[in-house]
Design a protein around this ligand. Structure first.
Ligand code: ADP
Length: 305
């Protein structure tokens, strides 16, 4: 099994020709509601590729929470470890997507902000049953740390997506990087973690800086240019699949799901990198987050092409 400890959000997506500057109003063409949150997105991405997935997280006792749980269940994700917090609303993300498929996002954490080490401990049975753990930074850091520790203790392969990037005044504890088997930033997150700019033609120096900070494997996602992995198995580069991207909102989450599903099947690191890139590329061809995640048949067909 794969266990995801992370966030669930309702995404409210506004389509705009271009994103507003400070103080500016632009007219959008549509408002959509989609189930989202990096944790839930990654859970759905992995489940659609055929893995058994359990989600650990929190929603409010409201209609948004009902909708998110129902949608996870439709994708076959185990939701018994998602707790309902009566005192808080379900997390919401306000997303604008422009004609270039670039996005800007505001996240209101709500119940996600109440996930704590005690809740993670209550989910020990789910962690013990799993082989791979997916973590992001949309729940409080103490909960992420507790999950990573439990994951290691029980011998799971721990994947840390350090997103959203931690603020400069609160850098990630080196212990967290060291607890993860894979640390998977995109370019801006890699720059935030290391203080170095990423050169997509030569990401190795930034990956080396991540290893120096304690990461076992550094995997840098490079958008349309694929991804780069440096670790004990060596160096791997995938140039990215060529697709017509319409919305890259959850490409990184799709990548995490593909990577996790591959590692869960026991595939080697280099092949798992390809799976991540294929899932990310397919998700970029469709709008939305969870709905954009590729299904297994489509995914396998795409890899054979
Ligand atoms: P994030 O979504 O976390 O910011 P990226 O934008 O780097 O991360 O996207 C994650 C992965 O999805 C990339 O490593 C790449 O494999 C794939 N991907 C993203 N955008 C595209 C694109 N336009 N074309 C092909 N693959 C893409």
């Amino acid at each position: 099994e794969i266990v995801v400890v992370g966030s669930l959000n309702l995404d409210l997506v506004a389509r705009v020709p271009r994103r507003p500057l400070p103080g500016e109003t632009v007219l959008g063409s549509a408002l959509e509601q989609h189930p989202g949150g990096k944790g839930a997105n990654q859970a759905v991405a992995a489940a659609r590729l055929g893995a058994r997935v359990a989600m650990v997280g929190a929603v409010g006792a409201d209609g948004f929470g009902d909708a998110l749980l129902a949608s996870l269940r439709r994708d076959g994700v185990e939701t018994r470890w998602v707790e309902r917090r009566a005192g808080s609303g379900t997390g919401v993300a306000l997303i604008t997507v422009d004609d270039q498929a670039e996005n800007s996002i505001i996240v209101i954490p709500g119940a996600n902000g109440l996930v704590d080490p005690e809740q993670v401990a209550r989910a020990t049975p789910a962690i013990r049953a799993a082989r791979v753990m997916l973590l992001q930074l949309e729940i409080p850091l103490p909960a992420v740390m507790a999950a990573a520790r439990l994951g290691r203790e029980h011998g799971l392969t721990v994947l840390l997506d350090p997103a959203p990037a931690p603020p400069p005044d609160r850098p990630l504890p080196p212990e967290l990087l060291a607890l993860a088997d894979y640390v998977t930033p995109n370019e801006s997150e890699a720059a935030a973690l290391t203080g170095l700019p990423v050169n997509p033609d030569d990401p190795r120096p930034v990956a080396e800086a991540l290893l120096r900070r304690g990461a076992r494997r550094a995997l840098i996602k490079l958008g349309a240019r694929g991804a780069y992995l440096l670790g004990p198995e060596g160096e791997f580069r995938h140039p990215g699949f060529r697709v017509d991207a319409v919305d890259t909102t959850a490409a990184g989450d799709a990548f995490a799901g593909g990577l996790a599903a591959a590692l869960h099947r026991g595939m080697p690191a280099g092949e798992a990198l390809t799976w991540g890139c294929a899932a990310g590329a397919l998700a970029a061809t469709r709008p939305g987050a969870q709905e954009a995640m590729p299904m297994r048949d489509e995914f396998e067909g795409f890899l054979r092409e």
